[in-house]
Structures are given as structure tokens and as C-alpha cells.
Design a protein around this ligand. Structure first.
Ligand code: ZN
Length: 379
């Protein structure tokens, strides 16, 4: 209702604008000693009518972003009130392991954990259930019924191994959470990272992300001598990121300028038009810079994946055998260590929490619904 007036098609006499006018008039009617506090919420502060934000109207702003680690712990505390949890449940560990989760994600996680416990006929929700639930929220539900051919499994295993290897070997990358070739959502396989609670990204970080995104494609090229559609979304995201580095963040030879103003058409959806404020010549240079960033990332990934054939074959073989490997197993495989025998998938932890097979999160390891590097099905 508080959208910018006069910005749409048609005149200023539609019902919505009249309502906003009336609201503004009424708000001017409050005296300062009336003790009336008017609270409003919006997800689109960018399209608000400026008149709403003048002093005396909505003049205090409280920005509610994603919760930080303390916020997540408190939010979890609210949600677990409704479910019986075991004594081993440590909300602080869960909060540290879920950066980037919104309040709704956390509520969903608690709910999934309760369902998991109920499915196994347990009276209490354990940390193991929370771990399963976290994976489900992070990576999407497993699609175990989806049948992949052996060839598809092999391609996916090498593809995800490529992502994992590049991410592990490069500096400035987010730590890996898990690598899996069980189809989840639209993806045939996923490599999930544990991004920090960070709000600012360095150029080195973005360059590493670019290289990591190409790890999947180069692995397919080098070890299977083929290209597949599975890398489509990786390539799309890499291209978008490289373009943003040149046009928005000033991280290229073109210097600290922004190119192209985004015009937001308030009533016609977002970003339908990109206003061009640069010459043909600059457009050509932008394209060249984007290509250079991509080429460097691609070459970087290619070198790493090619030079580490031993670790690549070990990672892919382990994925084919176990379907999911965690960060510790990725480290052991890359360093050439023997993996401990596979845990049975049917193992269920006891209610006391002893011998639970879940991975124990180290304080510095974090996860988030941030950057799954999937290979989507061609469908
Ligand atoms: Zn991929």
C-alpha cells in the first residue's frame, strides 16, 4: 500500500493511491502526546513513497536482516519449546552450524528433526535428527526414487569431485560441508559449503568461487572426455558473477566504475530495463574483461584438477561407493588416507545420544544454505 505514488501506468486516482493519501493525512493528525505508536513492516523498502518516511510518520527504521549466531540460538530456543529434545541437544552448536538460515529455515529445521525422530519411533529429538534436518533444509530433500544410470552416476561423481577438489585446494574458499551424488531437488549431485557469517566479499574470494564453479566442468572434460548439460547452472552463475565483478564491484582493469544503471520498474517487476550509460567501445571492453576473468578461473581450475588425478579418482570412487562424503572424508581422500569403513545407513542412534553417528561440528565450521554447486538434471 505504501508504494511510490504516480509511478505506475494510469493516473493517480486508483484506490490504492487514495488509501495512501488518506493514511498520510491521518498520520499527521496524531499529536505527539497521544501515546500512539504505529508500526508497519515491508519487504520492499526501495519502493516506498518518500512521504511515508518523513519525520512524524514512519521515521524510525529497524532493519531486520538474517539472524546472527546469537539470534539463531534464541530463535531455536523458541521453536524447541514445543518438541521434547534429548539432553545432548546443544542449541549453540546448531546455531553456529546454520549461518544464513532465516527464522523460517530454523523453524523448518526443528520441524523436520521432530518428524525424523517420530519416523524412528523415538520419544525425543536428538542431535542426530537435527543434523539430518539441517541437511534437508540445506540441500533439499533426497530423491532416492530417481533412478540414475551408472554412466550418469559416474559423470556426477567426477563433476562434484571437481568442485570439491578446487574448493579444498584453493585459498579463500568456504569450507566444504558435504558432497553428495544423491539427487536432491533439481540437482543430480551437490557440493555444499559452509559459508561464514560474512557480509563482505573480497576479490580473492570471488575469484576462488569462479574457479570452484568451473571445477565440475573441467573434471568432466579431463577425466571423462566429455561435456554435459550438468554444468549449465554453474556456467550461468559464474558468468553472472564475473559480470558483476566488472560492472558493479569495480574489480577489473576497467577500474572502479559502475556500468549500466538498473532501472526498477515498480509496477512492471524488477530490472526489466538496463539503462546503458557507456559507449560501444566500453561495452566491448566489458565483454573482454568478463571473458578474461572467466578464462583465468577456468584455467586455474583446469590446472588443479589435471594435476591431482590421484585425489580426483579417489574422490569419485568414494562418492560412487558411499554417495555422500563429508568434509573430513574429503580431506582424507585428497591426502591419500584410508577412509574408515562405511557406516550403515540404517544405524539409528540411541536416545541417550551416545555413539551417534552424526558428524560433530567444530566451532569454526559452519554451514549455510549458501552455495550448493549442483548439476541440474537436463530436464
Ligand atoms: Zn556443478
Amino acid at each position: 500500500m505504501g508504494r511510490h505514488r504516480g509511478a505506475g501506468l494510469g493516473g493517480g486516482h486508483d484506490e490504492r493511491e487514495q488509501t495512501l493519501n488518506q493514511l498520510l493525512v491521518e498520520m499527521d493528525g496524531f499529536e505527539s502526546n497521544d501515546g500512539v505508536i504505529l508500526v508497519a513492516a515491508t519487504n520492499r523498502p526501495d519502493v516506498l513513497d518518500p512521504a511515508l518516511l518523513r519525520p512524524g510518520r514512519f521515521d524510525r527504521r529497524v532493519v531486520v536482516g538474517l539472524p546472527d549466531v546469537r539470534g539463531r540460538e534464541e530463535i531455536l530456543r523458541v521453536h524447541v519449546k514445543k518438541v521434547p529434545v534429548s539432553d545432548d541437544t546443544n542449541l549453540n552448536v546448531l546455531a553456529r552450524g546454520t549461518p544464513g538460515f532465516s527464522g523460517a529455515d530454523l523453524a523448518n529445521m526443528v520441524n523436520e528433526a521432530a518428524l525424523s525422530a517420530a519416523r524412528m519411533n523415538r520419544k525425543q529429538v536428538t542431535m542426530y535428527d537435527f543434523e539430518l534436518a539441517k541437511d534437508k533444509v540445506l540441500m533439499g530433500a533426497e530423491r532416492k526414487s530417481m533412478l540414475l544410470t551408472d554412466e550418469e552416476k559416474k559423470v556426477t561423481a567426477y563433476h562434484e569431485s571437481g568442485h570439491a577438489l578446487v574448493s579444498y585446494l584453493r585459498d579463500h574458499s568456504d569450507p566444504i560441508h558435504k558432497v553428495t551424488i544423491i539427487p536432491r531437488g533439481m540437482a543430480l549431485g551437490v557440493t555444499v559449503y559452509l559459508p561464514d557469517d560474512r557480509h563482505n566479499y573480497t576479490r580473492e574470494y570471488l575469484e576462488t568461487r569462479l574457479a570452484t564453479l568451473y571445477g565440475g566442468r573441467v573434471a568432466e572434460e579431463i577425466y571423462l572426455n566429455q561435456m554435459s548439460t550438468g554444468a549449465g547452472s554453474d556456467i550461468e552463475r559464474a558468468t553472472e558473477m564475473a559480470r558483476a565483478m566488472v560492472c558493479e564491484y569495480g574489480m577489473s582493469r576497467l577500474g572502479p566504475l559502475t556500468f549500466g544503471k538498473k532501472e526498477e520498474q515498480i509496477f512492471l517487476g524488477r530490472e526489466i530495463a538496463q539503462h546503458r550509460d557507456f559507449s560501444e567501445e566500453t561495452a566491448r571492453q566489458i565483454d573482454l574483461e568478463v571473458r578474461r576473468l572467466i578464462d583465468e578461473a577456468y584455467q586455474g581450475a583446469h590446472t588443479l584438477v589435471e594435476a591431482n588425478s590421484g585425489p580426483m579418482h579417489r574422490l569419485a570412487a568414494a562418492l560412487l561407493e558411499r554417495e555422500t562424503i563429508d568434509a573430513e572424508e574429503v580431506r582424507m581422500l585428497i591426502e591419500g588416507k584410508e577412509l574408515p569403513p562405511m557406516r550403515s545407513n540404517l544405524a539409528t542412534p540411541s536416545d541417550t545420544g551416545s555413539g551417534t553417528p552424526q558428524q560433530v561440528l567444530k566451532p569454526e565450521s559452519r554451514s549455510g544454505p549458501g552455495f550448493p554447486e549442483g548439476s541440474p538434471s537436463p530436464a
